[in-house]
Ligand binder design. Structure first.
Ligand SMILES: *Cc1c(COP(=O)(O)O)cnc(C)c1O
Length: 424
């Protein structure tokens, strides 16, 4: 399998990218919901998860919802986004960050990424306000649990009078200057999806310091019923409330957030040190070591340009040319899969997604769309083999490694050996 013929046995049980880790109390809270017959969207589990989320993050109000995506949708409504209105959005993120803007008829404008944290580039954001000074809302994500440049982004948004919606779906428990992510925006979201740092199997939350906003979301998410003896409606309603059963799982998980973060951090550090020791032409997903403490949700690898073999990606398939001493995300991911380990490409930037090909995209230099469309037309990186913007470059050279917190040190060492083998 390996280039130099080294053979390893495949993992007997699959090593996952990030799978749920249960501890026991979850089933007790679920049972409690069952036995007391609070099998709806009302109950003690919901009250408790909201209370604990506020306690953990320091935000004033939390509203438990069916998904992080629902929380983001409610946030976009709270921000008052109107049909046809442009909204600045993180570009290197999962599409759930931006889809809710479109649910409300808004038009996402994608802001390029910076290399220091792989999040929204405040310089590109400033450039975007120069191009579209009328924009009033900015949706910012913290990729892979790494806080972005919060102060710089807040400064730009404040100066332009824009409201921040913070997507902390991947970064629950991560801090910036000692303050929890999910508290920097006016309206914020966290997620309890099955692959996140803690999970309810599904679920999410809107976090805010605005009491009136929290009350609105409580109402909208339960079909917007008015205070009347019958079903009375003045506003558009949604069925977005979290179930008390799901809340039982979340409630059982919440005390383990810090333990999960510690396990994820140990995985990140073990990879980082091993790759450094081996002298591989790679680096880990970076973070601001002075100002931030990520939750280390996913450990990612970025191959240095000189370590990249040739790799081509179409819309559905990828090809590469193996080369001694070099590798690429496709080779590493295919090799990991052949050993029963799950990695994943870096989230493909929104500006490269067919669904958003007509949307504006702003880089540090200004309008990045013309260059990107040229790229999409030829299906290759630029003439000199270099990507044309930061997001595209990270997508081309980066990948997510198995980051499951149940992975043993021995299993992780085998993953490391597999990656090293790809560079032989
Ligand atoms: C998972 C995720 C979401 C959506 O959360 P769900 O609970 O799955 O709806 C939103 N944004 C980002 C960045 C995510 O990773």
């Amino acid at each position: 399998m390996f280039k130099q013929g080294k053979e390893f046995k495949a993992f007997e049980s699959k090593v996952w990218l990030s799978s749920p880790t249960m501890h026991g109390p979850e089933i007790e809270y679920v049972k409690e919901a069952y036995e007391t017959n609070w099998m709806s969207t009302v109950g003690q589990n919901i009250n408790e998860v909201e209370r604990i989320a506020c306690e953990k993050t320091g935000c004033h109000y939390a509203v438990a919802l069916s998904a992080g995506t629902a929380a983001l949708h409610m946030a976009v409504k709270l921000a008052g986004v109107q049909p046809g209105e442009k909204v600045f959005c993180s570009d290197m993120t999962f599409d759930a960050t931006v889809n809710p803007v479109v649910y409300e008829g808004g038009i996402p404008v994608f802001i390029d990424t910076e290399y220091a944290t792989w999040n929204m580039d405040p310089v590109a954001l400033e450039q975007a306000f120069r191009l579209y000074p009328e924009v009033k809302t900015v949706v910012v994500a913290h990729l892979y649990g790494t806080p972005g440049k919060v102060d710089e982004i807040k400064e730009v948004c404040d100066r332009h009078g824009a409201t921040i919606i913070e997507d902390a779906a991947e970064s629950f428990g991560a801090t910036y200057k000692g303050i929890q992510t999910g508290t920097f925006g006016t309206y914020n979201c966290i997620s309890f999806n099955g692959n996140k740092i803690i999970t309810g199997s599904s679920g999410g939350m809107l976090l805010t310091d605005d009491k009136e906003a929290a009350e609105k979301v409580r109402k909208w998410s339960t079909q917007a019923r008015e205070n009347a003896p019958w079903y009375q409606h003045e506003e558009l309603g949604y069925n977005y409330r979290m179930s008390n059963v799901i809340a039982g799982v979340v409630r059982g998980q919440l005390p383990y957030l810090e333990e999960h973060i510690a396990q994820k951090k140990a995985i990140y550090m073990r990879y980082k040190e091993a790759f450094k020791r081996a002298g591989l032409p790679v680096e880990m997903n970076p973070y601001d070591e002075k100002n931030s403490e990520p939750n280390f949700w996913l450990s990612c690898l970025l191959i240095k340009p000189e370590g990249m073999c040739r790799q081509m990606r179409g819309e559905q398939e990828a090809l590469y040319l193996p080369e001694h001493g070099k590798s690429c995300p496709t080779e590493i991911l295919e090799t990991l899969a052949s050993y029963n380990a799950e990695g994943r490409p870096i989230w493909k930037p929104m500006h490269m997604q067919p669904i958003y090909r007509m949307n504006s995209f702003v880089t540090r230099e200004g309008n990045g769309r013309a260059k990107t469309n040229a790229y999409l037309a030829v299906g290759a990186v630029g003439k000199d083999g270099r990507a044309l913007d930061v997001g595209m470059d990270l997508f081309q050279r980066g990948l997510c490694l198995p980051s499951d917190n149940k992975m043993t040190a021995g299993e992780q060492d085998r993953v490391i050996e597999i990656v090293k083998g790809c560079f032989e």
